[in-house]
Design a protein around this ligand. Structure first.
Ligand code: ATP
Ligand code: MN
Length: 237
């Protein structure tokens, strides 16, 4: 198939979304290597990227595509804005690639540590292929939107995952809240680990405190929880 035909095919299955050439190349590579067969629909369209539902044979998968020309690129790498445009363009791409690789590697570490996250499947450039969380009908809702009948149980699981994350994967999520937990069959699944840092990061404790504060604030609507107790539980070996 010609390059133009490949692009056209990708455009039609991604509902007219405009992608950079580097993104199309990554997508095409993943399709050629059998990781993605067809795109179905966008699950989420954000400033920094999109998540699509796709299919690999009969299996549903999720494909996260980081935008290379993201408007919020400044927050990822401020200093590059002062470089020459050509260099910025080149470095932008490699920085976004590194960012996607970081998320993919964090998913692997967490998955192997027993934290319930989408299973990582493949990474190419700025594209991550992972396990799809949801049903044939619809993607799993965020914790913030999900009906919560067993808040106590769900919170215990989340606490356990944060403990495993800290001690077994040696990571701190750093953007943890009801916006980055999916609820699937009554079970919490943690997502969005691009910004996740090593426990050794000088900011790790600050991030962990903020993560705990966020999730405790949310669960206080349902159950009695104490921020300091939760933090102590997570930090204890
Ligand atoms: P946002 O700024 O919208 O939070 P993001 O860049 O932080 O986007 P994610 O949080 O990883 O990206 O994913 C965006 C949305 O896509 C999630 O809120 C969730 O609804 C959906 N999503 C992400 N990963 C999966 C998955 N593996 N299965 C199903 N849905 C997913
Ligand atoms: Mn998110």
């Amino acid at each position: 198939m010609s390059w133009e035909a490949k692009v056209e095919k990708l455009m039609s299955i991604t509902e007219g979304e405009v992608f950079e050439k580097a993104t199309l190349q990554s997508l095409w590579k993943l399709m050629n290597n059998g990781y993605i067969d067809t795109f179905e629909f966008p699950i989420s369209t954000g400033k920094e990227g999109n998540v699509f539902r796709a299919r690999r044979k009969d299996e549903l998968i999720a494909v996260k595509i980081y935008r290379i020309n993201t408007a919020t690129f400044r927050s990822i790498s401020k200093y590059l804005m002062y470089e020459s445009p050509q260099k910025v363009k080149k470095d932008r791409r490699s920085i976004i690639f590194a960012w996607a690789l970081k998320e993919f590697n964090n998913l692997k570490k967490l998955y192997n540590a027993g934290v319930r996250v989408p299973e990582p499947i493949a990474r190419e450039g700025n594209v991550i292929v992972m396990e799809y969380i949801g049903t044939e009908e619809q993607p799993a809702p965020l914790l913030k939107d999900a009906p919560l009948e067993n808040a106590e149980e769900v919170f215990e699981k989340i606490k356990k995952y944060l403990h495993l994350m800290f001690h077994k994967a040696a990571l701190v999520h750093a953007d943890f809240s009801e916006y980055n937990v999916l609820m699937h069959n009554g079970e919490p699944v943690i997502i969005d680990v691009g910004q996740t840092v090593s426990r050794d990061n000088p900011m790790a404790m600050e991030f962990l405190q903020r993560d705990v504060k966020n999730i405790v604030r949310f669960f206080k609507k349902y159950i009695e929880v104490d921020e300091q107790e939760v933090l102590k539980y997570i930090l204890e070996g």
